[in-house]
Design a protein around this ligand. Sequence first.
Ligand SMILES: [Zn+2]
Ligand SMILES: [Zn+2]
Length: 268
Amino acid sequence: MSHPICVTCGVQYGEPRPDCPICEDERQYVGWTGQRWTTLDELRAAGHRGRVEEEGPGVIGIGSTPPIAIGQRALLLRSPSGNVLWDMITHVDDDLVREIGELGGVSAIAISHPHFYGTMIEWAHAFDAPVHVHAADRRWLARPDDAVEFWEGDTLEIADGLTLINAGVHFDGGQVLHWRDAENGAGALFSGDIVQVVQDRRWVSFMYSYPNLIPERPRTVRRALRLLEPYPFERVYGAWWRKIVEVDGAAAVRRSAERYLRFALDDG
Ligand SMILES: [Zn+2]
Ligand SMILES: [Zn+2]
């Protein structure tokens, strides 16, 4: 069965439909030539292939070449308690599943927010893995499936030392993942575009909408900062290839939030 995939956001739906609610939302946009759909078969026939490259110690990037839709890459965290797939892409094929299988497969999947839902159910089925999504984003689920596990509250430890934090920036259910044992125990944060690593990779920022340039509410940024406070981390892995804060990540997030709030609250 060929489930429809939105060309603009790359999210796969369970059933055909005329519109993509994720793109109709003010945080995204409908493609300039109108709503268009594709399928995995069409993408494979068009020559998309998996791309697997190390992004950091114990962290493998998974994307596609050429990129699809928003073009983010996912990350495979090689934890001793089982690999966790953080975030999601649209592409998947037998070669990619085999390659990830050789790296130990996937024990659990967690996704920062709806723009990156991609083909999460295809990946969940390929590896018989649950998908952890925050319940505040329940309405955006494009392909309902028993593999999806909604959670509520501020934090959830999905494996030893791997904790989801509902930072709530960008989407109410927006979540980041903290890996305590990464970087020889210094920790790492996997931030999607909830805490966005920017071009100057010593900094991050916070937006309600990236394509439409709508800034995030200061109170939401403050709440995220408060929730992140107890977690030490050296690296911050953003959502695109090489978008990584390499040193002193926790201080970079704090400094960046302070700069953001200084600009956002200066009305005169
Ligand atoms: Zn869409
Ligand atoms: Zn997004």
